[in-house]
Design a protein around this ligand. Sequence first.
Ligand SMILES: [Mn+2]
Length: 443
Amino acid sequence: MLEKIKEVVNEINAFGNKKPIKIISHFDTDGITSAAIFSRALQRAGIKFSLEITKNLTPEFLEKLPEEKNLIFLDLASNSLDYLAKKKTSVIILDHHEISQNIPENVTMINPQLFGEENCSSAAICYLFAKTLSEKNIDLANLAVIGMVGDQMEKNLTKTYDSILKDSETQIRRGLLLYPATRPLDKVLEYSSGMYIPEVTGSFQGVISLLREAGIEKTSSGFKSLSELTEEEMSRLITSIVLKKSSQSDSPNIVGNIFLTKFFNKIEDVREISALINACSRMGFSQSALGFCLGNKNSKKEAERIYTRYRQNISSALKYVTEAEKIIGKNYTIINARDKIKDTIIGTVASIMSFSPLYPKGTIIIGMAYDQDKIKISARISGESEKNVREILHRAVIPISGEVGGHPAAAGALIPKEKESVFLNELRSILDVEIVKPRSTNV
Ligand SMILES: [Mn+2]
């Protein structure tokens, strides 16, 4: 892959400033960090460009792309090759998504899947590009680490990541996967939505008694953060939580690597930074997220404000979910939020629901929200399960000309709004008969 990266560096250098460059990047954390790394590297090399962040590459979007510019796609477009073949301009793609079409002549692609290499996020590819362009870009390595966590690639640290983690001087420590690991533990335990601990989550009293059980004492400046715990304290805390959670039917992994990296001159939990970037984009403020990644202080303030609002949005969405009418079947719950929940957060809401003890292990959770003339559908499963929700969505969505993406355990779809009731009927009949195929491997 490195050879191909060198080729792309030469190609971009050959563009010079003759024909303008337009960069198009995806709106999630990996896409935004990719855009930040790539654009900073070009800027330092004196290469001019314009940049656009997008939620997805629709045919309309692709149609409008200017042919008088060289196009560079980050973290998307591996699936739009047939469209791009029609463009009378050079196209460069740095992406890691599945390639389903032939690579046309006008397209140069860097994608680990092409080289039989292990998958890595687009931010990692962009970082390798930036470092090939100039060793000085080594300071962008922390953005690549954020992109890695954004795409949940941190569980399987490959050689590529070893070197990126080293370049970024990221500290890794094993511990409880509760973030931010940099804030006082009592607050993080009380307000955590990602990890549900019975009698503790949402309860100040419960938090205090858990910490007492674990032998973690309050100091004069308050409770320590996770990253400040001694090995001994960390292991006692994990034990106390495991004991609390053992009453639950299923506990996903609560222990893993915590990544701490310097950002704005402060040690931060990479998971928290990644969540903040993702939140800004989902709220429609990708530019603030990008500015934040590029080190802009005003963008940082803005991004933090938006992140707070995002969390409020999530909690009111969860409140809506509790109160709203749901379609409840034997092994599934469908929540049709229509315009009551943003299409960009319905997936997160469905994920949080799937962690909740209210839904027995194996319950399929389907969230639906309007996105202009379309409906965004998100499917999740409560607890670890062999059920394949992508397959289930696929069967319900393909007959009504929708699109499906994602993984067996977490999938999404987009359907035309006028197919709402057709889809619901189809989905229910599929879920009711409960023909559940086992997951195919390695997807
Ligand atoms: Mn990605």
